[in-house]
Ligand binder design. Structure first.
Ligand SMILES: [Zn+2]
Length: 308
């Protein structure tokens, strides 16, 4: 019988960050890091945010969980006295849009891929975390949506929003700050030393992750700072290493599938050996076997349950 992979309960990652009652958000602090050219990272171990500040105000990428909204607001106020004008949500996991309503209520316009608005409006079920996200109130939904790509011009910076289909989810936006040479990867990159998570309940896939990473590599140079879902910004070299691992693993798993191997047989064959040992999260959110199982399911087109 096929096993559904499950996340370690204590891990603070991405889709799981918003719905874990044991997390004491009052103890989490925002770390502000200056990336230069008006771009700052607001890090808190979850769906980390970026801001671009200038004379026109503040552009905020991802609003974090609802419980962190006041801290995000305070961290922004420490950098700029200007109001938030634009909010970009990178994807419809609640650690990326949870504080939308609170942070947009002073007039910020929320922008996102059209699929994000649809998922937020309808509500979601994430099988990997056995979590239900209720529908969002109208005030939290994006006012402006796009299908393939969009460009925001803000205080001399060119902010490119690029949709990458069926990657971490089916509604990811890669955010590229051209002047600052910073990329927010949505969830399409796990950062240095971590397997990247694709959420098949939300339309994510192995093939889409690989394509998303290729898209980011086409924007990046040796000095680009790349924001993964959480943690320290990673280098182009780290992104390339993850991409190459995904390509090699995909070929190996596909070969085993073509030979008629079952899911358990593919996992037992350890196709990731020699490719992925160094990618495992210290906390064990995704290990080699779990990631191999995800790759198998994605390549076979196995859909996770819609609800339990
Ligand atoms: Zn996510």
């Amino acid at each position: 019988m096929r096993r559904i992979f499950a996340a370690a309960a204590t891990v603070l990652c991405c889709a799981s960050a918003f719905a874990q009652p044991q997390i004491d958000y009052s103890k989490l602090e925002i770390r502000t890091t200056d990336f230069g050219r008006g771009v700052y990272l607001l890090g808190w171990q979850g769906g980390d945010s970026l801001i671009l500040v200038g004379d026109d105000g503040v552009l905020l990428v991802d609003t974090s969980v609802a419980q962190m909204g006041d801290k995000i607001k305070a961290a922004i106020a420490n950098v700029s006295g200007k109001p938030i004008r634009w909010i970009v949500n990178t994807h419809a996991h609640a650690d990326h849009f949870g504080a939308n309503e609170a942070l947009a209520k002073d007039g910020a316009l929320i922008v996102a891929h059209e699929g994000l608005r649809e998922r937020m409006a309808k509500g979601q079920y994430l099988a990997a975390f056995n979590q239900t996200i209720p529908p969002s109130p109208p005030a939290a939904l994006p006012k402006i949506t796009y299908a393939d790509a969009m460009t925001l011009h803000f205080d001399g910076e060119t902010v490119e929003l690029v949709h990458v289909p069926n990657a971490h989810t089916d509604n990811d936006t890669i955010v590229h700050f051209k002047r600052a040479n910073v990329i927010h990867a949505s969830g399409t990159f796990g950062g240095a030393g971590a397997y990247p998570f694709f959420d098949m309940s939300s339309g994510g896939s192995l093939a889409g992750m690989t394509a998303a990473e290729e898209k980011m590599l086409s924007f990046a140079d040796a000095n680009t700072k790349i924001m993964a879902d959480e943690g320290e910004p990673a280098s182009t070299e780290a992104l390339k290493a993850t991409h190459d691992m995904l390509v090699a693993l995909r070929a190996r798993v596909q070969k085993l599938i073509d030979e008629g191997k079952s899911e358990d047989q593919v996992v037992a064959a350890k196709p990731i050996q020699g490719l992925g040992d160094s990618w495992e999260h210290a906390a064990g959110f995704l290990n080699a076997d779990t990631f191999t199982r995800m790759a198998y399911q994605s390549l076979k087109g196995i859909r996770p349950p819609a609800a339990r």
